[in-house]
Ligand binder design. Structure first.
Ligand SMILES: [Zn+2]
Length: 272
């Protein structure tokens, strides 16, 4: 998430006939793309037993509207969408396929904007909507910590993963339950929860041990309000922190995060 331009997810785009037209075209193309990668399974029995998960990268590679961004910048200057795609890509892998779980994968490189992703998800109505992000901090804190350099103790506060759901989502309890599963998996593997949002930004933290936040106004998130299914935004870590950026750039770390999410998905659908 880009905390420097805080809470922009709740901003609504101005409608125009042109934008609607482009969106319709996107949805049409997307439907075709997903049908190629995920062919419709035949038979009502099979369809009923498949749980669908829409997993997408937060942000886009090439923003085409005012509400879309490349995301936060890491300490070394890399854009967040690249980190997001590096996690999301695992869900295209065969090893992440299960007979009863079907992932709909959308990477930032596809340049599908915030509103279009939500609209597309609402045409699929998956059983679970997940959005992958990497975190930053307030500009003033970043400046202070950067002035002090990589060894600043301020980085100890600006770190960690967090899970975001909303009581204003249609299914808050199920969303929160999934967030708890992901947090437990990450904690089990040595990841640290982000308390910066609670301690410094006064975001509503419902579980400090697990880094779980309830996103309600004035700190709401557009996706959590507008998708028609349980939804969780996963902040995998804090890329503005130089130590954590190195950690999150490591392939082993990325794989551990993707596997933690995948295990949580299996647990959520009762397939341990
Ligand atoms: Zn983000």
């Amino acid at each position: 998430m880009n905390q420097g331009k805080k809470y922009y997810h709740s901003v609504f785009v101005v409608h125009s006939a042109f934008v609607d037209c482009v969106r319709t075209l996107f949805l049409f193309i997307l439907t075709g793309v997903f049908q190629i990668y995920f062919p419709t399974q035949c038979g009502a029995e099979t369809m009923e037993s498949v749980n669908t998960v829409f997993i997408c990268s937060g942000h886009v590679k090439e923003p085409a509207s005012k509400i879309d961004h490349k995301g936060a910048k890491s300490f070394s200057g890399k854009w967040e969408y690249e980190f997001n795609d590096d996690i999301v890509q695992y869900f295209e892998d065969e090893s992440f396929r299960k007979n009863d779980i079907q992932y709909y994968v959308l990477k930032a490189a596809g340049n599908i904007g915030l509103k279009e992703r939500v609209e597309y998800a609402n045409t699929i109505v998956p059983d679970l909507y997940l959005e992958i992000h990497h975190d930053s901090a307030q500009e003033s804190d970043i400046k202070k910590a950067m002035n002090e350099g990589e060894n600043s103790i301020l980085w100890n506060e600006i770190q960690g993963f967090s899970l975001h759901y909303s009581e204003q989502n249609c299914c808050p309890e199920r969303s929160k339950a999934f967030a708890q599963m992901v947090a437990d998996e990450l904690l089990k593997h040595g990841f640290t929860p982000n308390l910066y949002h609670a301690n410094i930004e006064n975001m509503q933290c419902v579980d400090r041990k697990r880094g779980i936040y309830n996103r309600i106004p004035p700190m709401g998130l557009y996706v959590l309000y507008n998708v028609k299914n349980p939804a969780v935004v996963i902040e995998c870590g804090t890329i503005i922190n130089p130590h954590e950026e190195k950690f999150l750039t490591n392939n082993d770390t990325r794989k551990k995060i993707a596997e933690a999410i995948h295990r949580s998905v299996m647990q959520y659908f009762g397939n341990n």
